[in-house]
Design a binder for this molecule. Sequence first.
Ligand code: TLP
Length: 342
Amino acid sequence: MNYIDLRSDTVTKPSNEMRKAIYEAEVGDDVFQEDPSVNSLQKYAAELLGKEAALFVSSGVMGNQICLNVLTNPRDEVICEKDCHIFNYESGSPAALSGIQLLPLDGKNGVLTPEQIEPYIRPESAYYMPTTKVIEVENTHNRAGGTIHPIENIKALNALARKHNLYMHLDGARIWNASVATDIPVNEYAAYFDTVSCCLSKGLGAPVGSIIAGDKHFIDEAFKVRKAWGGGMRQVGLLAAAGLYALKNNIARLAEDHEKAKMLAEAIDRIPGLEIDLERVQTNIIIFKPLNTPVETALQKCKEKGLLISMGNVGFLRAVTHLDVSFEEAKKAVNILEEIFG
Ligand code: TLP
């Protein structure tokens, strides 16, 4: 069957133009930092994000975990929103890889305010407590439904972090979507963070990879951690060329994915057996609730009719628009949802 695949924006396949960029990539041994394509990608990404340096890593999880590792010492604590990716979907890695713990707090649409966080910053005198070291922000927020973290709140969190001598880390897997939806440049978002991790393999359509960025000292340390964790790759310019192509060609078009998501969300809102909070549909992720059907059954019924969607937060379904699904297919997806839940 020819499925309409809305499980994630990670399912995109490299376009012919991207494959051409891969084919033509100049390569070298990146463990010696001699791969020209990797070096170009890192330079371009650092400039785009307004940071001193950047490093190409294999995945979003690796990006986040290297950043947290470099920013912390064992027994430190990272404050994050309870539905965030590092807490729910990274296999307990902060504890396993860095000996740190996360303090997940209850936010609204993925957002924590400084007033919510401040009481949880551990007092320095309490030697028996973990040391608060980092505030982590996810933008856009995956599990909340691709919601955008308001820049004013980011500024306020940054001020709080400076006041308490804490670091700021951005899980910007989909920061490109936030930027396109708000017209706020990615370097403005990144300016409030010490470290950022951004994915090339989601809405931007590259087959593999993420970028982490920060100051030069941070990236030097990150380079060592990546090697220690087995992430040193050789002629990886083949993949970096795809990433560079994605950054140069596929950011602005994310606006189309947002339009498709809006169209789908408004249709879902009209289907009696489904519930959706339209306010949360701000980018390319749509989370919605089947009212009379268990999530597993709903997924199965959609699959039988040719539509692939995924599980969202507990009790929710998730559909994600991306460059390999056309407006036509998004409309077909609506018809399938109407047949099942209408
Ligand atoms: N998210 C994936 C899944 O979890 C598989 C998805 O389909 O949305 N941060 C955020 C906010 C993410 O959404 C993801 C991936 C990551 C980090 C991790 O990226 P990868 O999968 O490249 O390690």
